[in-house]
Design a protein around this ligand. Structure first.
Ligand SMILES: Nc1ncnc2c1ncn2[C@@H]1O[C@H](COP(=O)(O)OP(=O)(O)OP(=O)(O)O)[C@@H](O)[C@H]1O
Ligand SMILES: [Mg+2]
Length: 627
């Protein structure tokens, strides 16, 4: 229960609702317990009328009617309202007694109904407070988790897969909610109901109480074991189900690859296997679930039989009135669900505990990249910012691959610096470090004269534009995808950015222009169009420094020229441009050549060519390819 205790401060926030809920639970159960006594007392009154009046009358005696006893509630009402039985003055006859019996029966039935109506009302209010409280807490919890997702750095996301992160915010939270809502509500209900019912039962007949309640703890125990079993099996079913859905999801997303490689039949066979495995799990689960209701019915039946048998003997022995047997049978049924829920609630709590542990695990994860405590530098970049790498080394902790080794360079104000090198040489890593997606293990990176860790993260990123190597577009309109770069971008800025990124004409060619939806159900863009929208997204914020990671690889030379010219004209005071295609770097003032995480050459294109090193080799290769 340790993890669930962590929820207490959250629960405290809604203590008002919880307290009201408790009050409603008490009222609900008071009426639930009161209702069966209407039946018991009604039967007792009728039985009395029979044995004391009808039977003696049939034998020729004439008992007086003022001995007729009213049920307690009726008697109370009659007393307070000053009612008198009209028939009392009439001569004693079979008709007056039957009249009496009819009235008492009808009134007790009306009270019984009323008690249930009021109980229903309170039960509604209980849900409105406790279940609503659990929904509010669910909202708080989800908001906290999502908020935490936003501050965690990229290395966290490499360690956890998307499915896991989705599960925490959806499934785990809903397990916790089941604890906060139903589990708490049913537990309170059980305690209050048992206390009330047992008190009433004991006051009527302690011996019968013992026999009537005997089977119920066995029911709780049995249900606990069955529930635990059900949970284990439904976990297995859940896993089989998610395997089936991720199989389907992957194979539908990759349907084009699937078809072009002619693997449909193979995929269908594998799908058969997966669904067959799922079927086995489901049937397994259904078998256990099928035992649930019969067990309850069996034990409740046992309880009822014991009540009637033992109760009957007690009535014969003169220890009990007949109507109380009825009342007890009602109570046994009333206790069924709360006792059954003990087992269910126990497994709910266990599940919630496991989920809460997973959630806490994650909420306790601290981001490695944070703004400095004292706030850090908040003013934006100066008019002529520079970026400096000073002996920076970086090893990916997940793979142990050293991606950068002792890298030093400076991106001067106003300069366009190119980075090239073979695939895997560390180019993208340089840009990610410059964007402070992670902090280098060694060396220092400074932006505009301030080391990155001393910058306020928001202020620092405000003036940086980044076009990542892998384009990611949201399932949203093209316009919103571009405006994403700058929350407050207006339509004109979006259009200008699209123009500069060389994608304006393409967009205007679509039926819905900038309102065209992208994503699964929207249009599919070509690789080059996606790249250019991604560039427009970076340009829309008019960044001071622009980082471009191989973002023109899917664009033809002519378009590339236009885009480069537009970028040149941008206010951006400097640009760091990664490309493995040397032609893309022709406008660069200087080029760094990387190999295996180190800068092996640097200089202007002409100098590098003359030096006859790696650059010259790559140049020859690419020229030969083009020819
Ligand atoms: N997220 C990561 N986790 C672990 N290792 C990584 C990660 N990203 C890159 N690496 C490794 O770091 C090295 C440098 O990768 P990087 O992406 O910087 O190369 P690159 O020069 O951009 O290559 P390319 O031209 O193919 O884009 C590679 O060996 C790569 O395997
Ligand atoms: Mg790269």
């Amino acid at each position: 229960m340790k993890a669930l205790l962590a929820l207490n401060p959250l629960i405290w926030k809604y203590r008002g609702r919880l307290f009201l809920g408790m009050v409603f639970v008490v009222f609900t159960n008071m009426f639930a317990v009161w209702a069966p006594s209407m039946i018991g007392e009604g039967v007792n009154a009728l039985n009395e009328a029979n044995t004391h009046f009808l039977v003696p009358m049939a034998q020729g005696q004439s008992p007086t009617l003022d001995q007729l006893e009213l049920p307690r509630t009726l008697a109370f009402l009659a007393d307070t309202l000053g009612w008198a039985w009209q028939g009392l003055d009439a001569p004693t006859s079979r008709e007056t007694v039957l009249d009496f019996v009819l009235w008492v029966g009808a009134l007790q039935a009306v009270f019984y109904l009323l008690a249930f109506l009021v109980k229903g009302g309170f039960s509604f209010l209980t849900r409105q407070t406790i279940i609503v409280m659990s929904r509010l807490l669910e909202y708080d919890l989800k908001r906290d988790i999502y908020g935490h997702y936003q501050v965690l750095d990229s290395s966290f996301y490499k360690r956890h897969d998307t499915g896991d992160l989705m599960n925490r915010i959806s499934e785990d939270v809903s397990h916790v909610r089941m604890y906060l809502g139903p589990a708490i509500m049913y537990s309170m209900n059980l305690v209050v109901l048992v206390a009330l019912v047992v008190t009433v039962m004991l006051s009527i007949d302690p011996v019968l109480t013992l026999f009537a309640l005997l089977p119920l703890p066995f029911m709780s125990l049995g249900i606990y074991f069955i529930s635990a079993n059900i949970h284990r099996k439904s976990d297995a079913r859940q896993k089989a189900q998610s395997r089936v859905s991720s199989f389907v999801q992957q194979h539908i997303a990759g349907i084009r690859v699937l078809k072009s490689f002619n693997r449909e039949r193979d995929a269908a066979e594998r799908f058969d296997d997966e669904t067959a495995a799922y079927k086995v799990r489901v049937l397994d689960l259904v078998k256990v679930e099928a035992m649930f209701m019969p067990l309850i019915v069996l034990l409740v039946g046992l309880s009822t039989i014991l009540t009637i048998y033992v109760g009957g003997q007690r009535v014969v022995g003169g220890h009990l009135e007949l109507g109380h047997i009825f009342q007890f049978v009602f109570y046994v049924n009333l206790l069924t669900w709360p006792f059954a829920s003990v087992g269910w609630v126990t497994s709910l709590v266990q599940k919630a505990e496991a989920s809460m542990n997973r959630i806490l695990d994650f909420l306790d994860a601290t981001p490695a990249v944070i703004s400095p405590d004292a706030g850090g530098r908040k003013d934006g970049l100066s008019a002529s910012p520079a970026l400096e790498f000073d002996r920076v080394s970086w090893t990916y902790p997940e793979t142990g691959i050293q991606a950068l080794n002792n890298v030093s360079f400076t991106l001067q104000a106003g300069e366009t610096l190119g980075i090239t090198g073979r695939t895997g040489s560390g180019k993208s890593t340089v840009l990610q470090l410059a964007m402070r997606m992670m902090d280098p293990q060694e060396g220092r990176i400074s932006l505009d004269g301030t080391p990155l860790p001393e910058w306020d993260l928001d202020a620092m990123k405000q003036d940086l534009g980044y076009v990542p190597q892998d384009v990611f577009l949201f399932s949203d309109t093209i316009g919103n995808n571009i405006a994403f770069g700058q929350g407050a971008a207006n339509e004109q800025q979006v259009r200008k950015a699209a123009q500069d990124a060389g994608v304006r004409e393409d967009i205007d060619g679509f039926e819905h222009g900038f309102n065209t939806m992208l994503g699964e159900r929207g249009v599919n863009l070509s690789g080059g169009q996606k790249q250019r929208i991604s560039i427009a997204r970076a340009l829309v914020k008019s960044p001071r420094i622009l980082f471009l990671d191989d973002c023109l690889s899917a664009v033809d030379t002519e378009t590339e020229d236009a885009i480069l010219a537009a970028i040149e004209k941008q206010e951006a005071s400097c640009t760091l441009m990664v490309s493995h295609r040397l032609a893309s770097l022709r406008n660069a003032d200087r080029i760094l050549v990387m190999d295996e995480g180190e800068i092996v050459e640097s200089g202007t294109p002409d100098e590098l060519l003359a030096a006859g090193g790696l650059y010259a080799t790559m140049f020859e290769q690419q020229k030969a390819e083009q020819d």
